[in-house]
Design a protein around this ligand. Structure first.
Ligand SMILES: C[S@@+](CC[C@H](N)C(=O)[O-])C[C@H]1O[C@@H](n2cnc3c(N)ncnc32)[C@H](O)[C@@H]1O
Length: 208
């Protein structure tokens, strides 16, 4: 199921400015390998969030080869920092090469391992936390992330509409993870949440 009508999505993508060479290369790698990146519409939105909030410290759970971090980095204030996490050393190496080419490597610390364990080593509070780990793990991420956000900080989660699969009569493990996560998103008194229906659905929560 398309969240945005395919013709409208095509229109938006065509209307958007061309990305720089590094982002274009990352998008091509993702296409070739079938690797799930957030894409340019959500990427632009992440950069806007960094700019609007004047973010100085961002934590990413599930950074892949650095595509989302690259977008954040372009909106970060001087002396800002992004902590990236991913289970793969290869993704880390690729990410650091791309980020270096964009001039962003100095603002990124990249940890290889399980993001939910890595975040426990940090108290925060963070200005922005991005959640893009495996979908069945989403409920486990919720408290770990929300408790480390500053007041007014933003918790942003990709794929919360999961191509419509969350509506299946018998949702699979990933869809069940997202459904439980979305329930938490809208029932917690600590945050104010919405689902922004761009690409695969972005969950956005502001810490109260
Ligand atoms: C959907 S990809 C997105 C990458 C990145 N956010 C982007 O948009 O370019 C998610 C990445 O997180 C990794 N991942 C999934 N669950 C994880 C976890 N619990 N801890 C660390 N990495 C994880 C995956 O292996 C994959 O590389």
């Amino acid at each position: 199921m398309h969240i945005t009508h395919p013709e409208l999505e095509k229109y938006i993508l065509n209307a958007m400015p061309e990305r720089d060479d590094v982002l274009k290369e990352m998008e091509e790698l993702a296409r070739q390998k079938g690797f799930p990146i957030i894409g340019p519409m959500c990427g632009t939105f992440l950069r806007q969030l960094a700019l609007i909030t004047g973010a100085r410290n961002i934590f990413e759970m599930g950074s892949g080869f650095g595509y989302s971090a690259y977008w954040f980095a372009g909106g970060l204030k001087d002396a800002g920092k992004i902590i990236c996490t991913d289970g793969s050393e290869k993704n880390k190496n690729r990410a650091m090469q791309y980020l270096k080419r964009g001039g962003f490597d100095g603002m990124v610390e990249f940890y290889v391992g399980y993001a939910q364990e890595i975040i426990k080593q940090f108290d925060g509070p963070f200005d922005i936390i991005l959640n893009d780990v495996d979908k069945e793990q989403y409920p486990e991420v919720f408290d770990l992330a929300v408790s480390r956000l500053k007041k007014g900080g933003i918790f942003i989660t990709d794929n919360v509409l999961w191509g419509g699969d969350i509506l299946d009569e018998n949702p699979d493990e990933q869809s069940r993870g997202i459904l439980e996560f979305n329930r938490k998103l809208f029932s917690s008194g600590d945050i104010l949440s919405s689902i922004i229906p761009i690409r695969d659905g972005l969950g956005m929560a502001v810490k109260l």
